[in-house]
Design a protein. Structure first.
Length: 444
């Protein structure tokens, strides 16, 4: 099977602006990282749930800190893989820095599409839409059936691609206009929602696990895939793509960070005991305790050592599976394929049975669910009215015009039911946890 080509995979051409001027002293991947870092959606991650919603403890992770830490681990993975590829003469000397920079930029953005209240928020949005499509109003009934899945299975990864490529900076003209290579590395699931729905269960491939693109951005990803030389697959349901090889490094950085750091947070929050966290991290850290260290200091030391060992094993897994990664047939995460898969499985078990089910977290997730549902139900009448007025903003009722103004709803460029429902999702998913609570309190 043909392998992908690094000279295309690392394309520095910009989305919808491929011939853009390259700064002589700033590599394109650094420009990408800067555009992400200074964007409003990235800044809002500081008040979005990682694990513990609306927590007052200053030392627990939120999405922004998690994204920065993931980017740090991703850069380390990229430089190690880049150096190895240079040794194998697979890339030009010095290209290791391009790989590290592209992975770092993609990691910075990897959670940028997440709604308030984390994965619980994703589920709540999808659940609300499923109920509306069961008993649709004119607006919901007007949406083509093939596009309903992307709302019923609302996915933060697809929303992230929409933010990066459509909503921020050059609106509807390439968004942030990131490089094709970084956008390829970002896209964990290179398949549109309506295609993924029908392919899931028929084709065993990790890139089809979830929908990663909305229909509205599918053509934009086609440009990315063409520029980077991704392997295109045809099906009766529509095209999809094999993953960009750097996706696996972004995914590994995320896996390493959230699994290990969730344990540290659970200790800090008092959800897990010192002994439980030590027993979970010790096999990865392979380090003894300094007699002078406090419990918190020792957990910090174990966490650092465990991350380092996770990086080494992810690098080895990439090297060991290089051929199948490059021909698009590799279908696991690097952590799953590594020699420390068992250690991470034990951490996952602890998280699922002890952290994610903690009473306070469960209570706040239920509250978050009610908040999101209230906002969606309270705001959707504005979009239904707009639909009834054939998308003429000037014809909105006085009440809906005031509501749109008070809530700062973005009603530009809405010309179809799909546009309207995506604008609704853009609004709700872009909220921070605390802002969502505030808006819910404004609504009846």
């Amino acid at each position: 099977m043909a392998q992908m080509d690094w000279s295309k995979l690392l394309s520095a051409g910009r989305l919808q602006h491929p011939s853009a001027h390259q700064h002589p002293h700033r590599p394109a991947y650094e420009v990408d990282a800067d555009r992400i870092t200074f964007s409003a959606p990235f800044r809002r991650l500081a008040n979005k749930t990682q694990v513990h919603p609306l927590y007052d403890h200053d030392h627990l992770h939120h999405r922004l800190i998690h994204s920065l830490e993931t980017a740090s681990v991703g850069r380390s993975l990229g430089i190690e893989i880049g150096a190895w590829l240079e040794e194998q003469a697979a890339i030009e000397p010095g290209t290791r820095y391009t790989i590290a920079g592209m992975v770092q930029a993609a990691c910075l953005a990897h959670d940028i599409g997440n709604p308030p209240f984390g994965h619980s928020g994703e589920d709540t949005i999808g659940e609300w839409f499923a109920e509306r499509f069961d008993d649709p109003s004119d607006l919901f009934a007007a949406l083509p059936a093939q596009h309903r899945h992307e709302f019923i299975k609302f996915e933060g990864n697809a929303q992230g691609f929409r933010i990066l490529t459509r909503l921020e900076m050059y609106r509807h003209q390439g968004g942030m206009r990131l490089t094709h290579g970084v956008l390829g590395a970002f896209t964990k699931y290179p398949v549109a929602a309506h295609v993924q729905k029908d392919l899931k269960g028929q084709v065993a491939y990790s890139g089809l696990k979830k929908p990663g693109l909305f229909a509205s951005e599918a053509a934009l990803f086609d440009e990315v895939a063409e520029a980077t030389g991704l392997i295109r697959e045809a099906s009766v349901f529509g095209p999809w793509y094999r993953r960009h090889p750097l996706v696996y490094l972004v995914e590994a950085a995320d896996d390493i960070c959230y699994q290990i750091l969730d344990l540290e947070d659970a200790f800090t929050a008092g959800d897990l005991s010192f002994d439980t966290v030590c027993q979970a991290l010790a096999p990865l850290a392979k380090s003894s305790r300094d007699a002078q260290s406090t419990e918190a200091e020792h957990i910090t030391h174990l966490r650092a050592q465990a991350i380092g060992n996770g990086i080494r094993n992810a690098v080895a897994a990439f090297q060991n599976n290089y051929d199948s990664i490059m021909d698009g047939t590799f279908s696991r995460s690097l952590i799953e394929a590594s020699d420390v898969a068992g250690e991470f499985d034990k951490i996952t078990h602890i998280a699922n049975t002890r952290i994610f089910t903690a009473r306070r977290k469960t209570e706040l997730e239920l509250m978050g669910r009610n908040v999101i549902r209230k906002i969606l139900s309270g705001v959707v009448p504005v979009f239904e009215d707009l639909h009834a007025q054939d998308w003429e903003l000037t014809k909105l009722s006085d009440h809906h015009e005031k509501l749109a103004r008070a809530l700062e709803l973005d009603l530009r460029d809405i010309q179809s039911p799909s546009d309207a429902l995506h604008a609704l999702c853009d609004y709700v998913s872009g909220m921070t946890d605390r802002y969502a609570v505030k808006i819910a309190d404004l609504l009846p």
